[in-house]
Design a protein around this ligand. Structure first.
Ligand code: ADP
Ligand code: MG
Length: 761
């Protein structure tokens, strides 16, 4: 359908909604503003919540959860921070209170006969609210409750919906009432819950029989999923909690299954269209390096090395994510893979997100390969043109075996020769596009003049491009459910074990009034020959401000606090070689203390640094704090991480009316850091606090927006859907078998454009 046709159809549909009984132009417009243009749209406009007597917490239960949270439990079972609570109660009283001359507030008292009352507080539009609420009304209140300073459950400006008499009857008889999203525009047009329900009932009668099934009978039977038509009806008008649960599981499974099928097909597609290099994974150099290592690899390192080398040995390209917490030893794993490439006469690149990190990798790799006859070069921005020209020559001629660098490695001026392996470190800073560009560059390095030399090409199999193996390394621990979706087309290897010699880092929240003691502690640590980081956040967004405050702060520390110690300064405004000099000087122990902004966040490796003080720690994100802390505890000595924050935070921990939102989140972050050093647990909490889109950036990560599934809570279902999807794609890669006709039709309508090559049309 062309766009203009679509538009026409669209406007036709508007008019059809407009002429639908009970709608009319004004309501049609309010619905159109929400993207509801057709009766199909209305059919799929699902309730955003349900009012269910058996599932709404009583005010008593709600208060218990809030109290436990106040006592320090982070996510009490009764009440999760991210969740919105719906309570149903009767209005007992509506009071107006005056503040000063102008302001009035309205306090609505709720009673649900549980022995605990609650209050709704309205600061604005007091008159309006006073008018619409009256004693004895039954209402459903949804919002984030808090305890006020008298310990009473309080809602500030929640969403309140009146439950009409007939609904109230249904409600007390145990019927589940749907609750639809409603805008002010919809309300103004008289589109209340009751009208929505009757419109949707009409649409169900007319449209539901036309809805085609999207899952096979086998899948539905195996996972006890109701048919789609049943599920849709139950979503709108649930007969019971059980039938609603089943319907919702069906809807979730459906969207997860097709998303995972998309990933499975993409993986299949890569296998079909991309030719990789079947490396001989027996590498002399790798063996020699292993013999020379001053430490034993951990079991986890050995396992992921096996996984990687089996990928590299296969004829299809590797697309693997290597996950491992900070300090788990990913670099050596990557190096072993690169040595396999070297022994197969191929180049490797190692891309790092910053020049500082590239520099560090460059030095540590050079260290490792000292007598392995491997040429490692470094390609970063800002190199002098003569140096750069020489480098480019070495790369193009194949003299360089391992190229370490920043994004500079995939500039178009860089010509590779048989680039067989690309390792991308700290991938969350590299976009998908950059990955694709790198693939292209690599593919080009096998053409055109290398064509004849390539043994695979001689066998004359295909004209497919040769794709390099790709290993993405990430220290950002991603919860399992997220990695299954975001990196769903990558195989995942996890290093879930730290080297044996590590002692857990002791982490403590300290308050600014205790800083004297903290400084003494740092001094004592220095006396023992250990080094320390003092980190603080950017004070302002402005880079000039950063520079100013960085130098001011370190001057203050150097003059007034640690006149007896040597301090270095590292901040984002320094040139790359200045940073590099400073870091190297710190590594060589010329400084006792490195005062730094967050530039020390990723990858810096100084085992002798055993103490980190993070100032204004409440300003950092959780994963950032975790990354920062990973800079210490990298050797055998006991390490410490101190999170300094304002004194009033300590006070606030005890206060009863800590406001929800940013401050509460900050407290949870600090406590989480104190309580655990498990990157995956930290990531789970982070996910609860921020939501998945925020963690990875929806657009960049390709994270899908699911309508029904919740990445946080539906981990098991995601796994289930994934297994089924990959099994289907494995057994029937073109979805040709007759029993998969249903899947084929649906998949085609969802992803036709992406899969022209799969011959699936
Ligand atoms: P990350 O996974 O954070 O990139 P690195 O690869 O930088 O970790 O390793 C951190 C430190 O641990 C390095 O100094 C490295 O030499 C060391 N290391 C790596 N593997 C082991 C091991 N199995 N035993 C002891 N130390 C190790
Ligand atoms: Mg690293």
């Amino acid at each position: 359908m062309s766009t203009s046709e679509e538009e026409q159809a669209g406007s036709k549909q508007i008019s059809s909604l407009q002429y639908m009984k009970g709608v009319g132009p004004r309501r049609a417009e309010a619905l159109a503003a929400e993207g509801i243009l057709t009766s199909q749209d209305l059919l799929h406009f699902y309730p955003r919540a349900y009012i269910d007597r058996n599932a709404t917490p009583s005010l008593r239960v709600l208060r218990a959860g809030l109290q436990r949270q106040q006592q320090g439990e982070i996510f009490p079972e009764e009440y999760s921070l991210s969740a919105e609570s719906i309570v149903v109660a009767t209005i007992a009283d509506v009071k107006e209170r005056r503040f000063g001359k102008q302001r009035t507030i309205v306090i609505v008292t709720l009673d649900d006969n549980s022995g605990v009352k609650a209050e709704i507080v309205y600061f604005n539009q007091a008159h309006y609210f006073k008018k619409i609420f009256a004693p004895d009304m039954l209402v459903a209140v949804s919002g984030k409750p808090e305890l006020n300073k008298y310990g009473r459950v309080t809602f500030h400006h929640p969403e309140v919906e009146r439950i009409e008499a007939d609904d109230a009857e249904l409600y007390s008889a145990g019927r589940i009432l749907p609750k639809y999203r409603s805008t002010q525009k919809m309300k103004n047009a008289g589109l209340n819950t009751r009208l929505m329900r009757s419109l949707i009932a009409g649409v169900i009668a007319r449209e539901l029989p036309k809805v085609e099934e999207t899952l096979t009978p086998a899948l539905m039977e195996k996972h006890s999923l109701p048919p789609l038509q049943t599920a849709i009806r139950q979503m709108h008008f649930p007969d019971s909690r059980d039938s609603l649960t089943a319907a919702s599981k069906r809807m979730k499974f459906d969207e997860l299954f097709y998303f995972e099928l998309f990933l499975a097909m993409r993986q299949q597609g890569a296998r079909i269209t991309e030719r990789g290099i079947a490396f001989n994974s027996k590498s002399k150099r790798a063996r020699k390096l292993l013999e020379q290592l001053p430490f034993e690899l951990t079991a986890a390192q050995r396992r992921v090395i096996r996984e990687i080398s089996s990928d590299m040995g296969a004829a299809s390209p590797m697309n693997r994510l290597l996950q491992g917490d900070v300090g788990s030893g990913k670099t050596i794993v990557a190096l072993l893979a690169m040595l396999v490439a070297v022994d197969n006469d191929c180049q490797s690149v190692l891309m790092a997100p910053t020049e500082l990190l590239a520099e560090q990798h460059f030095h540590s790799l050079q260290d490792y390969v000292r007598d392995l006859d491997v040429k490692v070069v470094q390609l970063v921005g800002g190199q002098r043109s003569k140096t750069r020209r020489l480098l480019l020559e070495e790369i193009a001629s194949g003299k360089a075996d391992i190229i370490v660098g920043t994004h500079a490695v995939f500039e178009s001026s860089v010509e590779y020769r048989r680039l067989g392996l690309a390792v991308i470190d700290e991938q969350h800073r590299f976009g998908v596009m950059q990955r694709a560009r790198l693939k292209q560059r690599a593919a080009a390095s096998f053409y055109p003049d290398n064509l004849r030399e390539d043994p695979a090409e001689k066998s004359g199999t295909t004209e497919q491009e040769v794709m390099p193996d790709i290993l993405v390394m990430s220290a950002t621990p991603i919860p399992r459910t997220l990695s299954m979706t975001v990196y769903g087309d990558l195989e995942v290897s996890v290093i879930d074990e730290l080297p044996k010699n590590r002692k857990p880092i002791q982490t403590r929240v300290v308050f600014e009034s205790q800083l004297e003691k903290v400084y003494d502690f740092i001094r004592e640590n220095a006396r023992k020959g250990h080094q320390a980081y003092i980190v603080y956040p950017l004070v302002e967004k402005s880079e000039k401000m950063e520079l100013k405050s960085a130098s001011e702060h370190s001057e203050f520390l150097a003059d007034a606090v640690f006149p007896d110690l040597k301090l270095g300064l590292l901040h984002g405004q320094m040139l790359w070689y200045e940073k590099e000099d400073t870091m190297r000087a710190f590594k060589d122990r010329h400084y006792d203390i490195l005062v730094a902004t967050t530039v020390v966040e990723v990858g810096i490796d100084v085992p002798n640094a055993t103490l980190m003080l993070i100032e204004n720690a409440e300003r950092f994100g959780l994963s950032q704090l975790h990354q920062l802390r990973g800079r210490v505890g990298r050797g055998a000595d006991q390490s410490y991480c101190l999170l300094a924050t304002k004194d009033h935070f300590r006070f606030q921990l005890k206060r009863r009316d800590v406001e929800a939102g940013e401050q509460k989140a900050a407290i949870i972050r600090l406590k989480t850091m104190e309580e655990t050093s498990d990157g995956f647990k930290i990531a789970e909490v982070d996910l609860q606090l921020r939501g998945p889109g925020d963690i990875l950036g929806t657009k960049q990560s390709g994270l899908p927006e699911f309508m029904f599934a919740n990445l946080l809570t539906d981990g098991d279902l995601i796994q289930l859907a994934r297994n089924e999807a990959f099994e289907v794609a494995g057994r029937d890669p073109h979805l040709r078998s007759p029993e998969n006709a249903v899947l084929r039709r649906r998949f085609r309508s969802l992803y036709q454009q992406e899969f022209g090559f799969l011959d699936i049309a």
